[in-house]
Design a protein around this ligand. Structure first.
Ligand code: ATP
Ligand code: MG
Length: 379
């Protein structure tokens, strides 16, 4: 099988690595240049986009921010999975909020801002703590502004005056006082069968994911039922095929949806070592019409993002259950360079391994690792 992936970053790379044993050959489209490249070697394959589409059995995406004309061309080929509508829901927070409203799924209280005048009195309606999110092209906390009191609106006003809010609206969202962040990653095959990974517990720092632990501790049957229902409702509604991620906020015993990612997801990377079949392989199985693999956690697992740093003591892979995944990118501040997967027999042992890791790592780049270790010890 030949699969063409729109986007040529680490997610396409990890799809390539998962696809090889299945004889699934992956080519990637650099969506800025339309070049077709090998996502591991980054070698330009010197073929046109049209002929790559022609020779592919399936087209898919590694991220949702693919220019719309390319998505249209892909959809027209009849080979795109997930479908264009699902990708656009992930790419556009206005569509995402519409979908959540149509399906009656809880999410944070919000307003869609298409005119600066709507900022008037907004803190009376949503409260003083508001997060403003551009409806398009945001990721890793980019395209977001936060205020903690009404005085902060002055700056927001100044920024928004220079935006075309009619064209790209901003979502003003009440800051949710969540207890924790979770995500549910799962794969849906062409017959609509769903294979869900266990819920992951996610820790962010400055709007970026730093640590995921899976299975998330302290998930009772009621929470799992809610999460499963949210996932299957969304998958059915979108007629989804492939791996899908749903980011959730837990408040008490309720789950609210933060956002959807119509693709493999950073909070599912633990599955490369922690599950029988990783999210990348299951994505490929789903879109290629193959049976889905087992998604159960084999161990207690964690994924620790390597952000903004490109080297440290390699010996850390000497810690049993620790695996390094570099993405082969040039270092930049706040850039995801790779991740470390850790597996353990218990949460307490996972905490110990985090502490061992800390001895090898430049800790200013891993600001959440030891706080997570302390929390895991208390479970
Ligand atoms: P990513 O691409 O990393 O998923 P993103 O840029 O798409 O991020 P969001 O997921 O919407 O943006 O927000 C990033 C993080 O900011 C969330 O994971 C959460 O920690 C925090 N956040 C977002 N919205 C809210 C909210 N309404 N209340 C509280 N925290 C929020
Ligand atoms: Mg997010």
């Amino acid at each position: 099988m030949n699969v063409l992936v729109y986007g040529s970053g680490q997610l396409a790379r990890m799809m390539y690595l998962a696809g090889s044993p299945l004889n699934i050959n992956i080519q990637a489209v650099d969506v800025a240049t339309d070049q077709i490249i090998n996502p591991v070697t980054k070698r330009d394959l010197k073929i046109s986009l049209a002929s790559a589409i022609e020779s592919a059995d399936v087209l898919t995406v590694e991220f949702e921010h693919v220019p719309e004309h390319l998505l249209e061309q892909a959809e027209q080929s009849g080979k795109l999975a997930p479908n264009m509508r699902s990708i656009l829901v992930g790419a556009d927070r206005v569509r995402e909020k519409q979908l959540l409203a149509e399906t009656n799924i809880l999410n944070c209280e919000h307003e869609i801002i298409t005119d600066v005048a709507q900022l008037e009195g907004i803190t009376d309606r949503l409260g003083e703590q508001i997060i403003f999110k551009s409806s398009r092209d945001g990721y890793d906390g980019y395209g977001q502004w936060r205020i903690v009191n009404a005085a902060g609106l002055t700056d927001i006003h100044a920024v928004f005056q220079n935006l075309d809010l009619q064209k790209i609206p901003v979502i003003a969202e009440k800051m949710c006082p969540f207890d924790r962040e979770l995500s549910l990653v799962g794969s849906v095959d062409k017959e609509g069968n769903i294979a869900l990974y266990p819920l992951a517990q996610n820790t962010h720092f400055e709007g970026q994911l730093h640590v995921s632990v899976a299975p998330a501790p302290e998930i009772n049957a009621e929470l799992q039922t809610q999460a499963t229902a949210i996932f299957s409702t969304l998958a059915k509604h979108m007629n989804y095929v492939g791996t899908l991620a749903v980011e959730l906020f837990q408040i008490g015993d309720k789950l609210l949806v933060n956002e959807l990612a119509p693709r493999v997801h950073n909070s599912g990377h633990w599955s490369m070592q922690g599950a029988d079949t990783c999210q990348f392989e299951n994505h490929l199985r789903a879109i290629c019409g193959l049976p889905l693999g087992d998604t159960n956690a084999q161990k207690i697992s964690a994924m620790v993002n390597i952000i903004g740093v490109s080297s440290f003591a390699k010996d850390l892979i000497g810690i049993p259950g620790v695996h390094l995944h570099w993405y082969g990118k040039e270092v930049r501040e706040k850039r995801k360079m790779g991740h470390i997967n850790v597996t353990a027999d218990s949460y307490a042992q996972l905490a110990e391994k985090f502490e061992q890791l800390a001895e090898f790592l430049p800790m200013q780049f891993f600001p959440r690792l030891l706080t997570q270790a302390n929390k895991l010890k208390k479970i």
